[in-house]
Design a protein around this ligand. Structure first.
Ligand SMILES: C[S@@+](CC[C@H](N)C(=O)[O-])C[C@H]1O[C@@H](n2cnc3c(N)ncnc32)[C@H](O)[C@@H]1O
Length: 231
């Protein structure tokens, strides 16, 4: 499928104004719970900064900042329209939002104690390059975390979720977001093609992360993947 930067950026530019409302509607607000669980699992050890890539409208970056007000938090994304919304939500100006491609992060090596991505890595054209960049800018001993959709394993749930995801969600999404380029058709396709479970852990190991593990959320509808950069 076409995951070129131009296509993905344009798609998110079009849905940006309705992205948050759509997210909460289509996931019946469970996305908020997932991000909270991701924040709970962060290993924040000191006051070194935390980076959230593909931050979009900033929900994870803002949740991290709320939990750790003394820690600098940076949110990066290559879609300016999404970042504008993130910035508008950040009334306290607590998070530094900046425009950057996750495959070419504008940071020196070893900068951040944690590097996170929520529902973003799936959209990055070169998954391994995105993971390698997250690992590069992470401090030795620091944590890399990926929150992403996955496929439930329980047979009945797998079937009903598959139906919802393939047939209901794209229609409701397209109607609500009024998106020409079928962003919500893209969603099930991109999830279907993206490695999940052990396959993604293997990719994380391949870029050099250690102690990798996966925690399924909501019976495997989403998963938190974690790894550490060797100390
Ligand atoms: C589904 S949204 C997720 C936003 C947010 N993290 C959340 O949890 O709601 C995916 C985001 O990834 C961004 N994105 C996709 N590919 C990217 C890349 N190569 N570099 C930077 N951002 C990218 C898009 O612009 C979009 O804002």
């Amino acid at each position: 499928m076409d995951k070129s930067g131009a296509r993905v950026r344009e798609m998110f530019r079009q849905i940006a104004p309705r992205y948050d409302a759509m997210n909460h509607l289509l996931s019946v607000n469970i996305d908020r719970l997932w991000r909270r669980q991701a924040v709970n699992r962060l290993r924040v050890r000191d006051q070194n900064p935390i980076l959230d890539v593909c931050t979009g409208t900033g929900d994870l970056a803002l949740a991290i900042k709320k939990r750790h007000p003394d820690v600098p938090v940076v949110g990066s994304d290559f879609c300016f329209a999404m970042l504008q919304i993130a910035h508008a939500k950040d009334a306290d100006r607590g998070v530094d939002f900046l425009e950057a491609d996750a495959q070419h992060l504008p940071f020196p090596d070893h900068q951040f104690q944690c590097v996170t991505v929520a529902f973003g890595l799936r959209n990055v054209a070169d998954t391994d390059r995105g993971l390698a960049e997250m690992m590069r800018v992470c401090q030795p001993g620091g944590q890399v975390m990926v929150l992403e959709f996955s496929t439930p394993t329980l047979p009945l749930l797998k079937q009903s979720y598959g139906f919802y995801f393939r047939h209901v969600l794209p229609r409701v999404g397209q109607w609500f977001a009024r998106n020409d380029k079928s962003a919500y058709q893209y969603l099930p396709e991109s999830v279907g093609q993206f490695p999940s479970g052990q396959a993604l852990l293997d990719r994380m190991t391949a870029v050099g992360l250690v102690d990798t593990r996966a925690k399924q959320l909501t019976c495997g509808v989403a998963t938190i993947y974690e790894g550490s950069k060797p100390a």
